[in-house]
Design a protein around this ligand. Structure first.
Ligand SMILES: C[S@@+](CC[C@H](N)C(=O)[O-])C[C@H]1O[C@@H](n2cnc3c(N)ncnc32)[C@H](O)[C@@H]1O
Ligand code: SF4
Length: 419
C-alpha cells in the first residue's frame, strides 16, 4: 500500500507542473520534411443529459448551437490543413459525437477528403446504437466504435443517472449484441471502483462482457476531479476509495485474460490490430473543438471552453487557443516514458534515437525504482510492464487524467465567471 501511495504522491506532483499553462498560443507552419504520424482529435461537447461523475468538457445539447459548432469544427480542420498538417487517424470524442449524426458524417467526409486518414474512431452512447446510425457510421468509414456502458448493474446505472436515458443493463447488452460485428472494433467503456460497487457487481459485469464477446473493453478506474467530487459523493453514495482499486483491477485482469489480452494498462482487446488509446499510438495529436487539448511539436495547448467564443474565433480564422505549455526535452522524455509504458512496452533504443542519446541518463532513476518494485522487466533495450506494473501505471494514468480533469474544471470555471 505504501508504494501505491508513494506513486500517487509523485505522479500528482509531476502532473501539477506538467499542466501549468500560460495564456495564449500560436501554431507555426509545419516543417516541410516532417513525417511524424499524427492524429486529429475532434471534440463534440454536447450530451442529452450530464452524468454526475463526468469531468469532460460537456454541455446540455442545443440543436442550433450544435449545428453552428459542427460548422466551426470543419473550418478549424481546414486551418490545420493550410499550415501543412496531415493526419493519418481521427478520434471523435465527447460529449456525445453522434448527437447529430448527419453533421458528424459530413465532418468525417471532409476529414477524409482533406487528410490521408486510415483509421476513424468515434465515441457514442447506448441509445444511439440504432440500425440507421450504425449504417451511417459504417458508410463514412468508422473503424472503431466506442460505447459508454460503465456498468450493467441497474442500481449503479440509476445512481450514475444513466438508466432512464440509456436503458437498463439488459437493454444495453441487447444493443451491443446488435452492433457487434459491424465495425473492425467495437469497444465498450466500463468504470470500476464506483463507491457503491461491490466485488460481486464487478464479477457480474465481467461475466456479461465475456458472454457478449465484444472486441475490446476499456476499464477505467473512477477518476474524480475536484469539481465532480461533491456531486459524486451525493449521487454515487460516497467518495472514491482508492484503497479498493487494486483488488478490483486484479479481478478484471484475472477474469478477462487470456480471452482478452491487455493492450494498455486498462484496455483489453481480442486481436492485436486494433486502435485503442491514441495517446499511446501517436506521439503527437492536434485537438480541434471547444475544450480540446493538443500536443504538437513539444507544446501542449488547449482550446477555449467557451463554445460561443470558439465558434466566433474560428469564423475569423483565428486559432481558438486559451493556453499553452512548452515542455522541456526532459518533460517530453518523461511523457513518452509514461505513455509508451501505458501501452505496455518501451524500446529504449528508439527513445534514445529520438532524444539524441539522453534517454537512459534522464530515466535511470524511474527505471531503477520500477524494476526494483517488480513493475518492469528489461530485456536488452526493451522495457515491458509486469502485471503488478500494469496496476502502477493505472495509478499514474489515473493521476494524469485527474490532473487534466482539474485543468478542465479550472477552464470551465473561468467561462462561467465570464458569463
Ligand atoms: C467522456 S465519455 C464520452 C462518450 C460518451 N458520452 C459516454 O458516456 O461514454 C467517455 C468515457 O469516459 C469515461 N469517463 C467519464 N468520466 C469518467 C470519470 N470521472 N472516471 C472514469 N472514467 C470516466 C466513461 O467510461 C465514458 O464512457
Ligand atoms: S459520461 Fe458521456 S454522456 Fe455522460 S456527461 Fe460525460 S460525456 Fe456526456
Amino acid at each position: 500500500m505504501l508504494i501505491e501511495k508513494f506513486i500517487t504522491y509523485v505522479a500528482r506532483k509531476k502532473n501539477f507542473r506538467y499542466l501549468q499553462f500560460s495564456p495564449g498560443s500560436t501554431l507555426s507552419a509545419l516543417p516541410a520534411a516532417d513525417n511524424t504520424q499524427r492524429l486529429l482529435y475532434v471534440h463534440v461537447p454536447f450530451c442529452e443529459e450530464l452524468c454526475p461523475y463526468c469531468s469532460f468538457h460537456r454541455v446540455v445539447f442545443q440543436e442550433g448551437l450544435a449545428r453552428a459548432y459542427f460548422d466551426a469544427l470543419r473550418k478549424e480542420m481546414l486551418m490545420y490543413n493550410r499550415l501543412g498538417y496531415a493526419f493519418s487517424a481521427v478520434y471523435v470524442g465527447g460529449g456525445t459525437p453522434t448527437i447529430l449524426i448527419e453533421e458528424l458524417a459530413q465532418t468525417l467526409r471532409l476529414a477524409k477528403q482533406t487528410f490521408p486518414i486510415r483509421e476513424i474512431s468515434v465515441e457514442t452512447n447506448p441509445n444511439h446504437l440504432t440500425s440507421q446510425n450504425i449504417d451511417e457510421l459504417k458508410a463514412v468509414g468508422v473503424n472503431r466504435l466506442s460505447v459508454g456502458v460503465q456498468s450493467f448493474d441497474d442500481g449503479l446505472l440509476q445512481a450514475a443517472e444513466r438508466y432512464h436515458k440509456y436503458g437498463s443493463g439488459g437493454e444495453i447488452a441487447e444493443r451491443l449484441k446488435l452492433t457487434q460485428g459491424h465495425f473492425d472494433t467495437l469497444n465498450v467503456d466500463m468504470i470500476f471502483n464506483f463507491p457503491s460497487q461491490t466485488m460481486a457487481m464487478l464479477e457480474k459485469d465481467l461475466s456479461i462482457l465475456l458472454s457478449l464477446g465484444v472486441d475490446q473493453i476499456t476499464y477505467y478506474p473512477l477518476m474524480p476531479s475536484a469539481y465532480a467530487k461533491e456531486a459524486m459523493r451525493k449521487k454515487l453514495g460516497g467518495s472514491v476509495d482508492f484503497k479498493r482499486e487494486k483488488k478490483f483491477y486484479m479481478k478484471i485482469t484475472e477474469m478477462l485474460e487470456p480471452e482478452y489480452r491487455p493492450s494498455t494498462a486498462w484496455c483489453f482487446s481480442k486481436s492485436s490490430s486494433m486502435i485503442d488509446e491514441y495517446v499511446v499510438h501517436f506521439a503527437e495529436y492536434a485537438g480541434i473543438g471547444s475544450g480540446s487539448i493538443g500536443y504538437l511539436q513539444g507544446t501542449v495547448y488547449a482550446n477555449t471552453f467557451d463554445i460561443g467564443d470558439y465558434i466566433e474565433r474560428v469564423s475569423r480564422s483565428v486559432f481558438p487557443f486559451v493556453g499553452r505549455k512548452d515542455s522541456s526535452p526532459k518533460e517530453r522524455l518523461r511523457y513518452e516514458f509514461l505513455m509508451r509504458l501505458f501501452g505496455l512496452r518501451l524500446d529504449l533504443s528508439q527513445l534514445a534515437a529520438k532524444f539524441r542519446g539522453n534517454a537512459y541518463r534522464c530515466l535511470w532513476l524511474e527505471i531503477l525504482f520500477f524494476s526494483t518494485a517488480g513493475a518492469l522487466k528489461k530485456r536488452g533495450h526493451l522495457l515491458t510492464l509486469t502485471r503488478k506494473g500494469r496496476y502502477y501505471w493505472v495509478i499514474m494514468m489515473r493521476e494524469f487524467f485527474i490532473g487534466v480533469n482539474n485543468f478542465r474544471d479550472y477552464c470551465r470555471a473561468a467561462v462561467n465567471h465570464k458569463s
